[in-house]
Design a protein around this ligand. Structure first.
Ligand code: FAD
Length: 391
């Protein structure tokens, strides 16, 4: 079978990319190892994704944003960063800056469902489920992929969106730097007595980090980051104990807090591919760069990256050029890496800075938060990086 493009992985990145190529006439195969049923009704996986303004713009243009119900995309109106046991906070207030929202939170399974609903109606996209890729071969004129059921399919370009541990990336011999933080992120949802007023908290407590992200008015997403050896105790402690522990660590700001979902644990490993393309092959989403969640940029980068690649392909197709040409893929790589490299390394440095519990580091953090709060240009740069607001 022949296609123009084979996409490996129907996660948020692969689906967004397929949707970006809607109505182009390009014939696309989207290969996914999960079943069609899992794609159509993805289960809650604990991840509530903070989306930047740039991502909202892209999702609107893809016709996905309006598929979210208003209560599925609550705004972040204000963000507060705290360090250690101090009540002092670095504060980003949307209202003070005349911005309606610093960003929006949409659950990962809601994003996946909306994207799948849209992509499955596209005439030019065929979704092949319950299949994975066993080998990829590329030459000057085409790329071929062998699937787990034994069939071989051909295309002009293969795009891998098969997660940060991408097997396809490995098959193509693309190296990646991986940073194992030795930490785990446990995510869940809690109901609380007092409203959150749209405020997101990032509390860099010593030893553990606690993020509390606003969902509906008395419900928040809870993100606990701790050393890996604490995983079992955080996951296995009973619901009541877990709830009162979070309430206490959060200084009772929201009154009584109660766990209302399962807990999900994600080991934290950051990954950046050494290059984003090879012969008739490109990486997008986490397969290109898998971020530590502290700066909430993983899927945001996935969205902006796939948009860059899709635009290059659409231009090339319109001009009758080769959509798998090395020069096109390198253009994508250069543009996207200009954003991903500083964001990846900057995020890793932030994690190092905020998880160093030695006295000099504590002092440096306290000074850094105060400086950032008091020097408006610094504060604006940080805000714009985090929210992708361009003013
Ligand atoms: C706790 C947590 C919080 C996060 N918070 C944020 C946030 O606030 N903001 C943000 O922007 N990002 C956030 N992220 C990151 C975001 O979840 C990821 O960047 C995003 O899910 C990556 O999408 P993806 O499609 O690239 O990869 P994935 O979501 O990993 O999807 C990959 C897909 O490929 C399929 N697949 C894998 N291997 C194969 C194969 N061999 N063959 C066929 N199919 C295959 C998988 O089944 C899956 O469907 C967070 C991540 C975590 C863990």
């Amino acid at each position: 079978m022949n296609y123009d493009i084979i996409i490996v992985g129907a996660g948020p990145a692969g689906l967004s990319f397929a949707q970006s190529l809607a109505n182009t006439g390009l014939q696309i195969a989207l290969i996914e190892k999960q079943s069609e049923q899992q794609l159509a009704a993805p289960e809650f996986d604990g991840r509530d994704i903070a989306l930047t303004h740039l991502s909202v713009r892209i999702l609107k243009e893809l016709g996905i944003w309006e598929r979210f119900e208003p209560d599925e995309r609550p705004p972040i109106k204000e963000a507060r960063v705290l360090d250690g046991t101090s009540p002092y906070c670095l504060n980003f207030d949307g209202k003070r800056d005349s911005i309606d929202a610093l960003g929006f939170i949409v659950s990962n399974h809601v994003i996946r469902r909306a994207l799948f609903d849209a992509v499955q109606t596209l005439d030019n996209v065929e979704i092949l489920t319950d299949l994975s890729v066993t080998s990829v071969l590329a030459n000057d004129s085409e790329a071929s992929v062998v699937l787990s059921d034994g069939q071989t399919i051909q295309s002009r370009l293969v795009v891998a969106a098969d997660s940060r541990f991408s097997e396809t990336r490995r098959m193509m011999g693309i190296a990646a730097s991986m940073h194992d933080f030795g930490r785990v992120c446990v995510v869940s949802r809690m109901q609380h007595e007092k409203p959150h007023d749209g405020i997101a908290f990032e509390c860099f407590h010593y030893g553990r980090t606690l993020a509390v992200l606003p969902l509906t008015s008395h419900r928040s997403s809870i993100v606990v980051t701790a050393p890996m050896d604490q995983r079992a105790s955080i996951m296995e402690t009973d619901d009541t104990q877990f709830s009162s522990d979070i309430q206490e660590r959060f200084d009772n700001r929201y009154g009584d807090m109660r766990l209302v979902s399962k807990r999900f644990a994600y080991p934290l490993v950051g990954v950046h591919a050494a290059k984003f393309c090879a012969k008739r092959f490109a990486l997008i989403g986490d397969a290109a760069v898998g971020m530590h969640p502290v700066t909430a940029h993983g899927y945001n980068l996935g969205l902006s990256g796939q948009e860059i690649l899709a635009k290059e392909i659409i231009d090339a197709a319109a001009q009758g050029r080769d959509i798998g040409a090395t020069s096109l893929l390198q253009k994508y790589q250069n543009k996207h890496m200009r954003t991903t490299r500083p964001m990846f390394h900057g995020t890793n440095e932030i994690v190092k800075f905020f998880t160093d519990d030695r006295a000099p580091a504590k002092l440096a953090r306290s000074i850094a938060l105060r400086l950032a709060n008091r020097i408006p240009p610094i504060k604006r740069v940080i805000r714009n990086k985090l929210t992708e607001i361009s003013n």
